[in-house]
Design a protein around this ligand. Structure first.
Ligand code: FPP
Length: 272
């Protein structure tokens, strides 16, 4: 008879085989969650941190190897000074309170985004989180903090330009692989699934390069209400999708006549 522990192992192994391997999340709706309850926005963000804890736990249980969360965007500096300060405070508290637990659970922490512009104490905490957990293998939590995809791509272009100007590389050798290797996400798998909560349907400068072939799932709940069931729902939708990466349906590739009679959804697609 199978016990609960072995059920969990079976479900985790199945998840690893089916994917998604990398889930990225735009944690949206903290403010609306709070407003709907007559609470200050900070309370929405606090509950957002609790949802983040649930998401990390659930991702680990589901065998998801990489979880990237959009915690603070380059554009979030435009928010009122008090809210920016609250979000900085929550990040500090999250790392101080949760780092030991994440480490004990085999979670490796990586941080993407610009460190310049962050206060020295936050930079030190981010460095500490990465250093302490660098050899953990169970899953990687990627915290996108002070992150903007356009800034990331521009920074990679600058790094390549500097190398070319110094004669270290031939400008004609610059290609997708070399640009990719100069992004903050160098060495990470691309996100298979991007989830955005709160019903909004846009990327908001998140992983623009890496999302070229990601599947998107938009959930109608606000981030503070996110839980394992919501993650499972998004993963189920993902598993029902067919990913073609600009190619053709697997069963159409060697059977053009079948493709000719296919419905619009099944039509051979290029670049979709
Ligand atoms: C979007 O909700 C959320 C953010 C800008 C920040 C996400 C932050 C957390 C989940 C908590 C902090 C966690 C860490 C690790 C710092 P919103 O405020 O834009 O919601 P709204 O669109 O309803 O106003």
């Amino acid at each position: 008879m199978r016990n609960e522990a072995s059920e969990a192992v079976v479900s985790s192994v199945r998840a690893q085989a089916q994917g998604p391997r990398h889930v990225a999340v735009i944690m949206d709706g903290n403010g609306r969650w709070a407003a709907a309850r007559g609470l200050p926005r900070l309370e929405g963000h606090r509950r957002g941190v609790e949802a983040l804890r649930r998401a990390v736990r659930a991702a680990g249980e589901l065998g998801i190897g990489w979880l990237t969360v959009y915690s603070f965007s380059s554009e979030n500096w435009r928010r009122p000074v008090q809210e920016v300060s609250d979000l900085m405070g929550l990040l500090k508290r999250f790392i101080r309170n949760d780092l030991a637990d994440l480490h004990a659970n085999g979670v490796r922490v990586r941080v993407i985004g610009q460190r310049e512009g962050l206060s020295p104490d936050i930079r030190a905490l981010l460095d500490e989180a990465e250093a302490l957990t660098r050899d953990n293998l169970r899953m990687t939590l990627v915290v996108a903090f002070n992150y903007g995809a356009r800034q990331e791509i521009a920074q990679a272009a600058r790094a390549l330009a500097r190398k070319a100007a110094a004669g270290l590389i031939d400008p004609d050798s610059i290609d997708e692989t070399s640009l990719d290797a100069h992004l903050d996400t160098a060495g990470m798998p691309e996100p298979d699934l991007i989830i955005r909560t709160s019903g909004e349907q846009r990327l908001s400068n998140f992983l623009l390069w890496q999302a070229a072939y990601s599947e998107f799932v938009f959930l109608d709940l606000h981030w503070p209400d996110f839980d394992r069931a919501a993650l499972e729902q998004a993963v189920d939708v993902y598993r029902g999708r067919e990913r073609r990466f600009g190619g053709v349906r697997a069963n159409m590739a060697s059977n053009p006549s079948a493709a000719a009679g296919a419905s619009a959804e099944q039509t051979v697609m290029t670049g979709s």
